[in-house]
Design a protein around this ligand. Structure first.
Ligand code: CU
Length: 635
């Protein structure tokens, strides 16, 4: 490691700061061979990178980073630039850490599923900017969309399985004013769901779907608004329009071949696949005009019969990402198997649609002429996947095969640049390794923050202490404020981040407690004197108070075979004063935030005495916060 003196060390400062920085210095200073020159930081000063990610104890990060947790079914929250994991938000999977999935309210959210596959988080927007209200995430496996409320960082709704749609990969993409969360099906199935068809008849019998999930502006409640029936193309990633492309949305597909087996070979035959160009405003209008047919309770639009709703746009080759720039004019789509990003001009797309500049149609859906709407093919490198924007005219594309991020310049280009688009590639930085998604804060808004880029890498071999045959995923923080990208920091996460969103910390003000005033929970009790145990037939209903350091009541008597219902209110009004209720051998662990009321229900299956206790450390007398569930045998 070079021994540059980090700039801050020349200033007087707490010795603790310097000492604490040493590990960070070592981390960012030891770039392996193959790292690009820019990855070691300005003039090779790792201390500079360390100082820029250093958030001292007691200090707060500038941004939230919301990572998708993939098949963990969760969302991870980290701070930027420190990359410190600060919270886990369970969405599709039970999580004992917060008691999620143990009480009646969250059990009902999870329904029949014990997991989900979170891919693409999307922050709600107002007028094309993050409004800090909600985070939407999709479940690729079970065709659902969830809404997290950013007042308390809790999952408040899970919608789905969405009718007529299978493999919800192509979501969540939020429109400019959160009118809709747009989703598209990755896997096609015979419709209506539940109908059997031979996969050999895939092309004839299977269908894909684009869905508009309507969002109630008052409280965020989602419902399926409409759907557009599509050929079984395997829709992939999408993005929504703004500015000139306002009212439109785009998805790539990786199986325009409509192959149904050995896709690795059969779906990669064509030099181009189709992207969907969807006029979602027109789709909403078509439904209001009565042009849809109801299928499984949802108005479904057949695009051949409703012109103007759907167009196809060829994109090379087996594309993955398609991303609209902050102006809404430029749309970048990447072919995994072709080392270019195709940049389309939405003005040209609009003009081509208006003058019917089509090369044909597929099932009655016009195919827009590629050459007429292309602005240029940027030779970014191998395995381009996703593109993000900094709001200063630059784009950043992840290169899976090359394990790098390419920075390039958006149009307009000079004649000289246009003649050789290598000239618009401004920088490249190595990442470790095999990057999938990348995120620039606010890239999908009108005004990106443009300060940091986080590379989410699929493989991290050898980058960390070994934890056995399975390695954590790696995420790398890159400073994009200068001409050259600079590698600042590397962090590891649980499986498996697919995409992330970055939100300015001051854009939200989470609540500190659930206030007693205004508590509308029907079973909330705020005073120990209101605690009760009531028997009705075989059901025993308990209203319980949790307070430092007691459960009231702390003795519950029931009979074997009873149904026990306990409503617990944590009457604390101090932030972070959490209690939990675990009952031994009953698989119960419910956690109560201050001011929160939850209900748990259990069938008493065996006699005996079952201690219960507080699981969340709450005071010096936390150990004493316990009680007994005494169960008399049947006979
Ligand atoms: Cu407690």
């Amino acid at each position: 490691m070079k021994t540059h003196l980090p700039p801050f060390m020349s200033r007087p400062g707490p010795a603790a700061l310097a000492a604490a920085l040493v590990p960070a210095l070592l981390l960012s200073g030891c770039n392996p061979p193959g790292a690009s020159s820019s990855s070691s930081g300005k003039s090779g000063a790792p201390g500079s990178a360390a100082a820029r990610t250093w958030v001292a104890p007691g200090e707060k990060d500038e941004y939230y980073l919301f990572y998708s947790g993939g098949h963990s079914g969760q969302v991870f929250v980290a701070g930027l630039p420190s990359m410190r994991h600060i919270s886990t938000i369970p969405v599709f999977s039970p999580y004992p850490g917060t008691g999620y999935g143990f009480d009646e309210e969250t059990k009902a959210l999870l329904g029949d599923y014990a997991w989900g596959d979170v891919h693409h988080p999307a922050l709600s927007q107002a007028d094309g900017l993050y409004d800090g209200r909600w985070l939407f995430v999709n479940d690729n496996a079970n065709n659902r969309v969830a809404r997290i409320d950013l007042r308390d960082f809790k999952t408040r709704q899970i919608l789905g399985p969405i009718p007529n749609s299978s493999g919800n990969h192509g979501s969540s993409f939020v429109t400019e004013n959160t009118e809709y969360v747009l989703v598209a099906s990755r896997f096609s199935v015979p419709l209506p769901k539940g109908r059997h068809a031979d996969p050999a008849d895939y092309e004839k019998e299977f269908n894909g779907m684009v869905s508009g999930i309507k969002v109630d502006p008052s409280d965020g409640t989602m419902s399926v608004g409409w759907q557009i029936l599509t050929p079984p193309f395997n829709w992939d990633l999408g993005s929504t329009g703004k500015g000139p492309s306002s009212g439109w949305a785009f998805w790539t597909s990786y199986n325009s071949e409509m192959a149904h087996e050995t896709l690795e070979a059969t779906s990669t035959q064509g030099d181009r696949d189709y992207a969907a160009v969807v006029n979602w405003r027109a789709a909403g209008q078509a439904v209001r005009d009565g042009l849809a047919t109801t299928l499984d309770g949802v108005p479904v639009i057949a695009p051949a019969k409703v012109p103007g709703v759907l167009y196809f746009l060829p994109v090379p080759k087996s594309p993955h990402g398609i991303d609209t720039d902050p102006s809404g004019r430029w749309i970048a789509a990447s072919g995994k198997l072709q080392p270019v990003v195709s940049v389309f001009d939405f003005e040209k797309i609009k003009a081509a649609i208006d003058r019917k500049d089509f090369t044909g149609e597929v099932r009655g859906v016009p195919v827009i002429r590629y050459e007429s709407v292309l602005e240029g093919e940027i030779p970014v490198g191998l395995g381009p996947l996703h593109t993000q924007y900094d709001g200063k005219g630059n784009a950043y594309t992840s290169l899976y095969i090359e394990s790098a991020v390419a920075k390039w310049k958006l149009p307009p280009w000079t004649a000289e640049e246009k003649a050789d688009l290598n000239k618009v590639i401004l920088d490249k930085i190595d990442v470790h390794y095999n990057i999938g998604h990348l995120v620039v804060g606010g890239s999908d808004t009108k005004e990106p923050y443009g300060k940091y880029l986080v590379a989410m890498n699929k493989l991290s071999k050898g980058r960390h202490l070994s934890v056995g045959p399975a390695q954590p995923e790696s995420s790398q923080l890159i400073d994009i404020t200068g001409e050259k990208m600079e590698m600042l920091y590397e962090a590891f996460t649980e499986p498996e981040p697919h995409f992330a969103q970055i939100l300015k910390a001051d854009a939200i003000k989470p609540i500190e407690v659930y206030p007693k005033a205004g508590s509308a929970h029907p079973h909330a009790i705020w005073d120990a004197k209101d605690a009760s145990i009531t028997r009705r037939g075989n059901t025993v209903e308990v209203k319980m108070v949790a307070i430092r350091s007691r459960f009231i009541p702390d003795r519950i008597d029931v009979n074997e075979g009873d149904e026990l219902v306990i409503h617990v209110t944590n009457v604390e009004q101090t932030t972070d004063m959490i209690h939990g209720l675990a009952i031994a051998e009953q698989n119960v662990n419910v956690i109560f935030d201050p001011g929160e009321t939850k209900t748990l229900r259990l069938k008493i299956k065996k006699p005996g005495v079952f201690p219960f206790y507080c699981t969340n450390f709450c005071s010096a007398l936390h150990q004493e916060m316990q009680g007994y569930l005494a169960v008399k045998p049947k006979s």
